[in-house]
Design a protein. Structure first.
Length: 217
């Protein structure tokens, strides 16, 4: 069965009610069978949880997602689902790509955005590579070398590095800039939002979904 995942690490800007927002949006806008799971450092009876084991800082906990075999669809907590996403999920399930991600429009090229991801197979290699070499991977020089990159170092950079190291092909969502859109880049902070067209809106940085009034959250 398809697993739809999110990650909640305490101590940051997110609280448990943000997990429940994702859960409630999925219940409203997904009709195909799925199981919702949150990777977290708390216990909850409100949804199924998997305990985070590595105590990684900040967003690096997301690399623990890959201990879970596909098919898996992942959403960051600062995401709004605006309509039925069955077609998006079915397209993912029919894909031959080992992993599908957002495209990082900040860096361009083949750089990854990890706010929404799908993988259809076993990517435990990514999890093991990171957890067996965590200290190395938390040093930006492992990924960037001596290059000075303008964008913040994050889990998506490590993920791209490991996928390339193990020759695991990845692709980008074909729906990106159509039904999967950035609040800031594609929607100019919500101005041309079309509920009939835009099904998933992802946020990066400020404003967060609860800090804007253009799209219902």
């Amino acid at each position: 069965m398809l697993k739809i995942l999110t990650v909640y690490k305490t101590g940051g800007i997110y609280e448990e009610h943000h997990v429940l927002k994702i859960k409630n949006m999925l219940e409203k806008y997904v009709n195909i069978p799925y199981e919702f799971i949150c990777l977290t450092d708390i216990e909850s009876t409100k949804y199924k949880t998997i305990k985070l084991s590595e105590n990684s800082k900040s967003w690096f906990s997301k690399l623990e997602l890959f201990q879970i075999n596909g098919p898996c669809f992942y959403l960051d907590l600062d995401t709004i689902i605006c309509g039925n996403i069955d077609e998006i999920l079915k397209n993912c399930l029919e894909s031959k790509s080992p992993i599908i991600t957002l495209s990082d429009f900040g860096l361009g090229g083949d750089h990854i955005g990890s706010g929404i991801m799908f993988w259809g197979a076993d990517l435990n290699t990514v999890f093991e590579e990171f957890t067996n070499n965590t200290e190395k991977y938390l040093d930006p020089k492992t990924v960037w070398g001596d290059k000075k990159m303008l964008q913040a170092f994050g889990d998506q950079n490590i993920l791209r590095h490991i996928l390339k190291k193990y020759n695991i092909n990845y692709s980008f969502f074909s729906e990106q800039h159509q039904s999967i859109v950035s609040f800031k880049r594609d929607l100019d902070r919500g101005r041309p939002f079309d509920r009939n067209k835009h099904k998933i809106v992802f946020f990066h940085g400020k404003p967060r979904p609860w800090e804007q009034k253009k799209i219902e959250y």
